[in-house]
Write a protein that binds this ligand. Structure first.
Ligand SMILES: [Zn+2]
Length: 173
């Protein structure tokens, strides 16, 4: 997948973008390596807007007892607090490793403009992380998963959405 995506992304990048990308990726990789010596997982990320650093993040899963505290999620949370918005539209996430499905989804929810990564899911697998396994899982029928995912639909299942749509003062996201 990378072999197809990388030249295409480079072709669309502005002049000088490659040097900027290298600079921010280097910071993400430094954060990742540093994190290992600080009791965290080997992952780091930064979020940048118009060449300006908005936030940094490191993996804090074991330190915080939080399985969702991936470096990208940590950086997204910090960036949202920094800019006072739940949207990071127009910003770029640089991460030391290809985002797992959780972080890729978080990036979509955050409306990031770009995601740039260094190491890939195969590097992560070598390190003992499940990224590649989860990607493969999503490609398979849920009936084959080790974790049960079941739909149970009571009559009032759609009720929260009725309440949401009826609320004129809602903040759409
Ligand atoms: Zn992740």
């Amino acid at each position: 997948m990378n072999d197809i995506d990388t030249p295409d992304a480079a072709a669309h990048a502005a002049p000088g973008q490659a040097a900027l990308d290298a600079k921010w990726l280097a910071r993400a990789i430094d954060l990742a390596t540093l994190n290992v010596s600080q009791g965290g997982g080997p992952f780091g990320a930064v979020i940048v807007r118009d060449g300006e650093l908005i936030a940094e993040g490191q993996n804090r899963v074991t330190a915080n007892l939080d399985p969702t505290a991936h470096a990208e999620v940590t950086a997204i949370r910090a960036a949202c607090q920094a800019v006072g918005d739940f949207s990071l539209a127009g910003m770029t996430l640089y991460t030391s490793c290809e985002p797992c499905p959780l972080c890729l989804s978080a990036s979509l929810w955050a409306r990031l403009a770009r995601v740039v990564f260094a190491a890939d899911r195969d590097d992560a697998a070598r390190g003992g992380f499940d990224d590649r396994e989860f990607y493969e899982l999503f490609a398979r029928d849920r009936a084959t998963w080790g974790m049960a995912v079941e739909a149970v639909r009571p009559e009032n299942a759609p009720e929260p959405f009725d309440a949401w749509l009826a609320l004129e003062a809602r903040t759409d996201y």
